[in-house]
Design a protein around this ligand. Structure first.
Ligand code: NAP
Length: 305
């Protein structure tokens, strides 16, 4: 099968090559998915799981990409809940070969049915940003209606999902980003916007929940804005600062079929819009994933255009 592989951690994204690889085989409880579209997070080359397995052994050449949509083509021993020919979408294991390939082996529980009226490109754009937003707001942030949320990177892949879900849930949403991100943050539902390049973050006063996708100094300053009993949720590694009278949580997104189903239902009925930037066929994916200019929104690779 055709697949993009990486061999050299030092080379990063520039080390991606399109090659022929053997098709994967299904282990217990796996399905093999014929990939139609693959989502990609630009920080993948910095994740240890791109390079090593769960025993910390080198697993190169590894196939990146952990979001997918496609059609089930085979079942592993004992696999239940999904059928051959079924449209699916979801999250591939961090430590196994990923989705920038014509086929991928995934545990069935990490996937959900993709309804026939949601196209594969949209399906592949949802799992990481949608589940991260859902889990950060509701599982870890324990958001309640009427509370305020500071959403950093509100025009980004995760931030646009956080903004929409928080707003639907009845929260007051303050988005942040660069100057150019203002219209997009409002378009996705932010009530207010802080331009981190020109405005003073501290002018917003207190908030109940900070959803951080930036870290560093921005995180440190945001922590001081968390009201008593509030929470900082971070998806950029261990938190560097904690609220004086609140919680700090950092987490890595997990596959969850029920939550994927909630997310895709919202896409179908118009409550949730995805934030797709560039779409490229697999043959052009190496160039598309190494853009000369920073692309906005999620890059989706069409494996079967
Ligand atoms: N732990 C997890 O489970 C998990 C899950 C998903 C994502 N993540 C991480 O979360 C981060 C965001 O992911 P994403 O897919 O949403 O990325 P993205 O689409 O690039 O969104 C990030 C947004 O934040 C903006 N931003 C970053 N630094 C900024 C700064 N200093 N000032 C103002 N704006 C800034 C970016 O603007 P520019 O593009 O102009 O810089 C962009 O609009 C990544 O580091 C990713 O690895 C973690």
């Amino acid at each position: 099968m055709k697949a993009i592989v990486v061999n050299d951690q030092a080379a990063g994204m520039a080390g991606m090559t399109l090659v022929e690889r053997p098709e994967p085989t299904a282990a217990i409880n796996d399905v093999i998915v014929e990939v139609h579209a693959s989502g990609f997070v630009p920080t993948e080359m910095a994740w240890p799981s791109t390079w090593t397995d769960r025993r910390n052994q080198d697993r190169t050449p590894s196939i990146p990409g952990h979001e997918l949509s496609g059609v089930v083509s085979a079942l592993g021993y004992g696999t239940t809940g999904l059928s051959v020919g079924q449209r699916v979408f979801g999250l591939a294991d961090w430590h196994r070969d990923g989705t920038l390939a014509e086929f991928v082996a995934v545990e069935a529980r990490n996937l959900a049915p993709l309804p026939g009226d949601v196209d594969f490109t949209v399906g592949a754009s949802l799992p990481i940003s949608g589940l991260t937003a859902w889990q950060g707001l509701f599982d870890h942030g324990r958001l309640q209606a009427g509370r305020s949320v500071l959403v950093h990177g509100a025009a980004g892949a995760v931030g646009t999902m956080v903004t929409q879900l928080a707003r639907e849930f009845g929260a007051y949403v303050i988005g942040t980003g660069r100057s150019a991100d203002r219209p997009k943050a409002f378009d996705f539902g932010a009530h207010e916007f802080v331009d981190l390049e020109n405005d003073t973050l501290e002018d917003i006063g207190g908030v109940d929940l900070v959803f951080d996708v930036i870290g560093g100094d921005i995180q440190e300053r945001s922590v001081r804005l968390v009201r008593a009993g509030g929470t900082l949720v971070s998806v950029v590694g261990p938190v560097e600062a904690r609220p004086a009278d609140g919680l700090a949580v950092d987490f890595v997104v997990e596959a969850d079929r029920a939550q994927l189903t909630e997310i895709v239902q919202r896409v179908r009925d118009g409550r949730l819009r995805t934030n797709i930037g560039h779409v490229a066929p697999l043959d052009d994916a190496v160039a598309a994933l190494n853009p000369t200019e920073r692309s906005k929104g999620k890059t989706v690779v069409l494996v079967r255009p």
